[in-house]
Design a protein around this ligand. Sequence first.
Ligand SMILES: *[C@@H]1O[C@H](CO)[C@@H](O)[C@H](O)[C@H]1NC(C)=O
Ligand SMILES: *[C@@H]1O[C@H](CO)[C@@H](O)[C@H](O)[C@H]1NC(C)=O
Ligand SMILES: *[C@@H]1O[C@H](CO)[C@@H](O)[C@H](O)[C@H]1NC(C)=O
Length: 353
Amino acid sequence: MKSFCLLLLILTIFLIDLTESNNLYQQKFDNEKDQATINLIDGEMTEGSCFQYLQCENENEKKLKQFKVNENTKILTNDAKIMQKHKSNEIEWFEIYFVITMEIFYFPINVNEIFPNLLVFYVSNTKIKMLNYENFKDMKKLLELTLSYNQIEEINEDTFDDLQELKILDLRGNKLKILNSRTFNNISNLKVLSLQENEISSIMGQFGNLKNLSTLDLYENQLVSIPSNIFENLSNLQFLDLSKNKLTNLPNEIFEKISNLKYLELYRNQLQTLDENIFKNNHKLDGIDLSFNKITKLSFKIFEEKIILYYVNLERNLCTNLLLGEYLYDDNVNPLTDEDKNKLKNELEKNCS
Ligand SMILES: *[C@@H]1O[C@H](CO)[C@@H](O)[C@H](O)[C@H]1NC(C)=O
Ligand SMILES: *[C@@H]1O[C@H](CO)[C@@H](O)[C@H](O)[C@H]1NC(C)=O
Ligand SMILES: *[C@@H]1O[C@H](CO)[C@@H](O)[C@H](O)[C@H]1NC(C)=O
């Protein structure tokens, strides 16, 4: 139950971050009164039939902005050219979501030819296994790409090369084991990257170009260790989630260059200790969750002085079970009091030194 709550909280934070980034264009969709969405429900996307169906759906005069394929739509081909009659410069949102009647194995191609001004591309809950350059070719305006809960095992290294404006990339819930080292090289404007719930067992230099990244979510993967320089270029990172991996220790310099780090999630790993200088450059750290690890030794020095903490969770460790502060991210949360900090200090000195 506890871990479920934590998970919910993590999700909430992640969503808050997504929402912030989303504001860029989400509002655009919300505000425009004269826009319409094509919702292909129970439609059949074969040549001919779907177009008639779509035209029926859009009898009003509204400007079409969104194209959504969901619910029971059947997709019988992955070539978006079947939508040729709906070719539109106005469509900014393309979504294929939870298609239950038809199993989709291949990613749609030629989408950009039909809808050259897409801002949001959303393909979720399909059986797609592989991504390559053709899938997102020329989508130079795309801001959000959500590919969650598919079966993606492989991403060719040039897959995202054209997506220079991309701000959000959501790959959670796939089957990625390996990330090519240049996969994210060209999407240097990215702010949010979620690789949550994959099977990634090693990372090495994949994030070197993501200088604007503010959220990196690696929750629930198979990471056993992390190279010490992996986050060295992420000077804008604020939220880092490494929970539910198999980390046994962390290099002393791992967080050295992420001086803007605010929230750090490390729960459900196998950590035994952290170096006492590990947060020496992380003056903005507001919350840290180290619960469900195997910590036997921890110096109070890591929390000392410079850090204004709002939240420290050390529950379910070998030397302590302490939880301090409120894990809430609204304006009403107060930093740990001196009394809290004394409690933390005493606990660590008594049981974890
Ligand atoms: C992507 O990056 C490579 C080098 O990593 C570069 O040669 C190529 O021009 C870039 N592509 C785009 C579309 O920016
Ligand atoms: C990062 O963000 C800044 C301002 O938010 C922007 O000027 C810059 O072009 C972005 N991209 C990179 C790669 O730094
Ligand atoms: C950080 O950026 C520099 C310069 O762009 C690059 O040489 C280095 O490899 C990057 N670090 C990582 C860990 O990718």
